[in-house]
Design a protein around this ligand. Structure first.
Ligand code: ADP
Ligand code: GN1
Ligand code: MG
Length: 364
């Protein structure tokens, strides 16, 4: 905490510190909430230690998030919204830098806590999920004329599934440095059997059928803040992976997380299934904002993208398990393996229901 006080003092937060504690359930960064008393008014700030193992070039990352947020502020103003509530507001350090580097080399950044907001780790109703679809769809729509070439690629090949298969999964399996492959033969086989799926979207990019857009790339439910009272999805957060990508990545990843009948790490995989009502609700919300510019190939692959993003994430969890858990935060030793099993159960259920998912998209 003493260390953290030093960090808090490097940002110009208003008032006297009441408390600072660890916050949220993200898998990558370490997030704190700091509460201050500013002449009787409570002010809350988010302070994050950025995971520099995942984000190798923090300057490039912070340039992206500052550029994207200032662009979005203008868009939101033009469209009659409230930029203070609907955009992340980063706070520079006292010396005017976009982040603070302490003597250990750890990097911290700060932003305003989105006022009167909450985040959700699971979907309670189709209505809430539809609202998150509207928010992520609008986010993509607003960024449609952002100059994509000025964005840094914060994690190269982030959703290049075949690259992840060939360059991460297979090497991890071959090295098997923790001698864990013997515990997950079925899961390894599950991945290998689906190798052909991995290149489908990449091939459609190469053939010019799928257009590259500026996308969020990490559209899980707890990356959007909801209004405490109305449950409206107000502000898209976690902008670290905003990069050129496919609309399908954003759609598929939301479905992966939010339309699962269980949490992403539920161990009892017999409970895991795709909730088709949630699938439909999200698709309706997302398409109502982003869908107007979609081409037929994007529409045709919406249902498949949900399966592919779920598969890719499961493969990443399994890869991390084989590597000895160096990427995602885990809360117990087999956490990544449980997550992988869960994602593969969801892939299986989506394969069984693919016809219905495609029909839902057609009817919308
Ligand atoms: P990670 O990359 O680790 O997922 P996030 O940026 O998503 O980090 O932050 C983790 C969690 O912290 C979010 O899911 C959300 O609950 C909370 N959070 C982050 N930024 C804000 C903010 N500006 N206002 C309120 N809560 C926030
Ligand atoms: C990570 O950072 P967070 O928790 O929002 C990951 C996503 C995964 C997700 C799985 C930068 O998201 O790609 O889909 O975990 N983010 C990064 O829950 O790798
Ligand atoms: Mg997050």
């Amino acid at each position: 905490m003493e260390n953290l006080l030093h960090i808090l003092e490097s940002f110009n937060f208003k008032g006297d510190l009441i408390e600072c504690k660890i916050f949220g359930s993200g898998h990558i960064n370490t997030t704190y909430i700091a509460t201050y008393n500013d002449n009787g008014t409570e002010k809350k700030y988010i302070v994050q230690k950025v995971n520099t193992n995942v984000f190798k070039n923090i300057d490039a990352l912070m340039d992206n998030v500052f550029a994207v947020t200032s662009f979005l502020r203008e868009k939101i103003k033009e469209n009659g919204g409230n930029p203070n509530r609907e955009t992340l507001h980063y706070i520079k350090t006292n010396s005017g830098d976009k982040y603070y580097r302490d003597s250990n080399g750890d990097c911290y950044r700060a932003y305003r806590f989105v006022d009167k907001s909450k985040s959700c780790d699971s979907v309670d109703s189709p209505e809430i999920f539809e609202k998150s679809g509207i928010a992520f769809g609008r986010f993509q729509k607003y960024l449609s004329d952002f100059p994509a070439t000025t964005l840094n690629e914060t994690i190269p090949n982030f959703h290049n599934t075949i690259w992840r298969f060939e360059n991460e999964f297979i090497p991890a399996l071959e090295a098997d440095i923790q001698d864990r492959a013997k515990e997950c033969r079925d899961e390894i086989e599950f991945v290998i059997q689906r190798r052909n799926d991995c290149s489908k979207l990449v091939n459609l990019i190469e053939s010019g059928e799928l257009p590259i857009r500026v996308t969020h790339n990490d559209t899980k439910l707890n990356n959007v803040m909801f209004d405490e009272d109305t449950d409206d999805a107000i502000c898209v957060i976690d902008l670290d992976t905003v990069m050129p990508g496919l609309a399908l990545y954003d759609f598929g990843d939301s479905i992966r997380f939010g339309a699962n009948t269980c949490a992403e790490d539920e161990k009892d995989v017999s409970k895991v299934a795709i909730n088709l009502d949630y699938f439909e609700a999200y698709a309706r919300g997302f398409l109502s904002e982003a869908g107007k510019s979609f081409n037929q190939c994007e529409i045709d692959n919406l249902a498949f993208s949900a399966k592919l993003m779920t598969f890719e994430c499961g493969m990443r969890f399994l890869t991390d398990y084989l590597n000895g858990d160096t990427y995602f935060k885990i809360h117990y030793p087999q956490h990544n393996l449980d997550r992988a099993r869960n994602q593969f159960a969801l892939v299986k259920d989506m394969e069984d229901k693919m016809g219905k998912m495609e029909e839902i998209v057609r009817n919308l």
